[in-house]
Design a protein around this ligand. Structure first.
Ligand code: NAD
Length: 484
């Protein structure tokens, strides 16, 4: 597959927190890949802005090192690496003081798209927005990119939205959820709305239930303080899983345009019923071969923060009445796997008799690893011996369907950063969406606190707490395997 590269307008991209983990591990490699793909115009630069004791050459050395680690295939080409580094600038600047801002202003060109990427801790989002305005750095072509977490609850997310809105129009604010930048997530929309085949069946009449799993093998190393205050509900469910739920459940937007898509997503969130306490399972990992248990990791022997959550949600609207959505996410699980499974109902009557067994179609949308989509269909088992049925996968793996390059689709950050420059907000969360998601999540967390709920322990390297299996079993269902 030959990937098409559409050049973007000249730009200045300023990364606050340019020396940090996210900037070095994800954003810079993504920019470098787009640079090597030929997507950068001649007048474009990226400027790191951070507090560190560095100058431009020192920062370029840091970036070069990161690219050798995280984009090693391309960084081997010394000419490409050097050409990219020529486009990398640095300003020493503190988000909380006025020093450094004039120097930054001197590097920018008013005629270019100007994107400020807030790759700093969330406590600095509001101060940065204020400083950008105070130093007159916002032009008509200015955009800001805000990382997660966007608030800690409804109240703080509203306050943050209000501060950003005081300085920028909503059309200038890009709230990142990198799950939305994944190739398969967009493919989900292509499959749903580009085919006649699926959409007529995409409702409670034909869909038995939907499962969304984001399982991680990693723990919380390096972010213990933040995580122990957040937990899986705030860190993963409120954003990534709810965004996936929206894309699966939403009505067809009239157009694939930012507000049309986001209006439909918002309607899904607003249609969510409150979750019954017995429809949620919280878990906390114990010690295992891969490390100490959660409470030892965070150094709090009484921590009641969940590293796992599973729940049953209902979208109360005409399309989905009666179809449960089961969502689960957790740390230190048996495998790393993000997948959406749409489980269709059994055929209403089996002409093959009981011996043929029960079979139902299922559509699996894999976000990672091995991005792709599989449709499970029932066919006759080959050979003589009567009519035996067997389920086989109809695999729409990108590698097979689209050619050898397609199994390495661009990283989510490559697409998202370029969308910022292009001014396309479709894959970014709007302020009202984020608030609506918190409005759904807050009462759940408040309920745990009021009841003094303690998460169930689960073994590190397992599929999560046993109660999560019961959540399904009670409904006569079972989770699809986590291992891809
Ligand atoms: P980090 O601690 O590695 O980096 C923080 C950066 O902010 C550093 O460059 C530091 O110099 C800079 N900084 C700190 N205080 C500053 C100040 N007062 N003025 C100017 N610069 C200052 O953090 P990170 O892991 O890169 O995360 C950055 C943001 O991205 C956070 O909001 C985080 O929640 C979010 N995020 C990170 C990841 C990830 O994988 N690291 C993933 C998703 C979201």
């Amino acid at each position: 597959m030959v990937s098409r590269v559409i050049p973007v307008d000249p730009f200045d991209l300023i990364i606050f927190g340019g020396t940090g983990d996210l900037a070095q591990r994800k954003i810079m490699p993504a920019l470098f890949r787009r640079f090597c793909a030929g997507q950068w115009p001649a007048d474009a630069q990226v400027i790191g802005a951070a507090r560190g004791d560095l100058d431009r050459a020192g920062f370029q050395a840091v970036v070069a090192e990161s690219l050798r680690s995280y984009a090693s295939d391309l960084a081997r080409n010394g000419d490409a690496l050097n050409a990219f580094l020529q486009r990398v600038g640095f300003v020493r600047l503190d988000a909380l003081s006025d020093a450094g801002w004039d120097q930054l202003a001197g590097l920018l060109d008013n005629a270019r798209v100007r994107a400020f990427y807030f790759s700093v801790g969330p406590g600095l989002f509001a101060p940065l927005a204020t400083k950008i305005q105070a130093h007159n750095l916002a032009t008509d072509k200015t955009r800001i990119v805000v990382e997660k977490p966007f608030g800690h609850d409804l109240e703080s997310s509203r306050a943050l939205n209000a501060t950003l809105a005081a300085h920028f129009r909503e059309s200038q604010i890009y709230r990142i959820d990198h799950y939305l930048g994944k190739e398969t997530v967009q493919n989900l929309m292509a499959v749903r709305f580009g085919n006649m085949l699926f959409e007529p069946l995409w409702n409670s009449q034909y869909v038995d239930h939907i499962q969304i799993t984001v399982a991680e093998t990693v723990g919380i190393d390096g972010r213990e303080d933040y995580y122990d205050r957040a937990g899986a509900m705030r860190d993963m469910m409120q954003n990534h899983l709810m965004q996936l739920l929206c894309l699966i459940a939403m009505e067809p937007p009239a157009k694939f345009d930012p507000d049309a898509v986001r209006d439909e997503k918002l309607k899904v969130i607003r249609a969510l019923d409150p979750v019954e306490p017995h429809h949620i399972v919280r878990g906390q990992f114990g010690a295992g071969a891969d490390g100490p248990g959660y409470r030892d990791v965070v150094g709090n022997p009484r921590s009641a923060t969940e590293s796992y959550v599973a729940l049953r949600a209902h979208v109360s609207n005409w399309r989905w009445a009666g179809t449960p959505f089961y969502l689960r996410t957790g740390k230190r699980l048996v495998a790393r796997s993000s997948v959406i499974n749409v489980l269709f109902k059994d055929a209403p009557h089996s002409i093959f008799g009981a011996a043929a067994g029960r079979h139902a179609n299922a559509l699996s949308i894999r976000l990672q690893p091995n991005e792709g989509i599989t449709l499970k269909v029932t066919i006759k088992e080959p050979g003589p011996g009567g009519m035996r049925l067997v389920d086989v996968p109809l695999d729409m793996s990108f590698a097979e369907a689209l050619g050898p390059d397609s199994d390495t689709p661009p990283d989510a950050y490559e697409r998202l950063v370029m969308d910022v420059i292009r001014g396309n907000q479709t894959l970014f969360m709007r302020g009202d969406e984020v608030e609506a998601a918190w409005a759904w999540v807050d009462p759940i967390i408040a309920g745990w606190q009021a009841r003094g709920d303690v998460p169930k322990p689960y073994d590190s390297g397992s599929t999560g707490p046993g109660d999560a299996e019961l959540l399904m079993k009670r409904d006569g269902r079972h989770w699809q395997g986590i291992k891809p």
